[in-house]
Design a protein around this ligand. Sequence first.
Ligand SMILES: Nc1nc2c(ncn2[C@@H]2O[C@H](COP(=O)(O)OP(=O)(O)OP(=O)(O)O)[C@@H](O)[C@H]2O)c(=O)[nH]1
Ligand SMILES: [Mg+2]
Ligand SMILES: [Zn+2]
Length: 262
Amino acid sequence: MTMGIVTRTEGASVWVVITDGDSGRVEVPCVLRGRLKKKRLRVTSLVVAGDHVEVERLPRGDAVITGIHDRRSQLSRPGFHGYEHVIAANVDQLVMIQSAAQPSFKRRLVERYLVIAHHGGMSPVLVVNKCDLVDGHVVRSWVEPLQTGGMPVLLTSAVTLAGLDALRSCLRARISVLAGQSGVGKSSLIRALYPDTAVALFQDDVEATGIAFPEIEAVAPRCRFRDCSHTHEPGCAVKEAVARGEIDSDRYRNYVRLRSRT
Ligand SMILES: Nc1nc2c(ncn2[C@@H]2O[C@H](COP(=O)(O)OP(=O)(O)OP(=O)(O)O)[C@@H](O)[C@H]2O)c(=O)[nH]1
Ligand SMILES: [Mg+2]
Ligand SMILES: [Zn+2]
């Protein structure tokens, strides 16, 4: 039996990094042992990136997951029928990335992230990127009320590289999930921080609107068009759910407004 950490899942395969006596760290494809499938009933994703698992290696190179350890924290959002959709496990900190402009800073999104971090047992960190675009006094006036709870706030620019040393030390030796709306500069920050490293990015799954509006994201896959904006397209499952009163119309309006600003 070997201990490993799940790095990603692809359909029925689960990729696990294990430390192999001869070859150091290797990533092996695994399948779940059948009886484990009954263990976590109210989740849609039994194992996710970050899970600590026990594996038995098979002679042909792949492996079977024989045990899943309890999680010390998890990033999740509610899914269908009371199920919890888990995105990542054993995360130390949820690093919420916003930008000072383009897209504009949204305090209400920070508040939603705080709820998610608290719910999942993660420490919140706020990064305000693109600080080269807005006067420092202005940015500080936005974030000061948020710092009273003790949340670390870092002001950065992937263009001038301001604040990147502080961000690098905040990320060092901790498992972090970077979350933020499209265009705030997540990829640019990662490239500026770790220019020599190929970083596996799964943070785009954690779109801010998806976390903040789980009931809307849960319905969106049923829209006729994959890139549906939920405003004017035919066959839009979101608009139908709003019309039936299943999605609150104020929440729907906020959702559309937030998405249109990005
Ligand atoms: N002025 C300025 N522009 C930036 C900064 N960081 C990123 N940008 C620009 O903002 C745009 C979006 O940056 P990305 O890094 O692609 O944003 P992202 O968060 O990865 O976006 P998605 O991949 O769509 O989720 C790009 O044109 C970047 O060049 C910054 O600190 N200052
Ligand atoms: Mg990106
Ligand atoms: Zn739609």
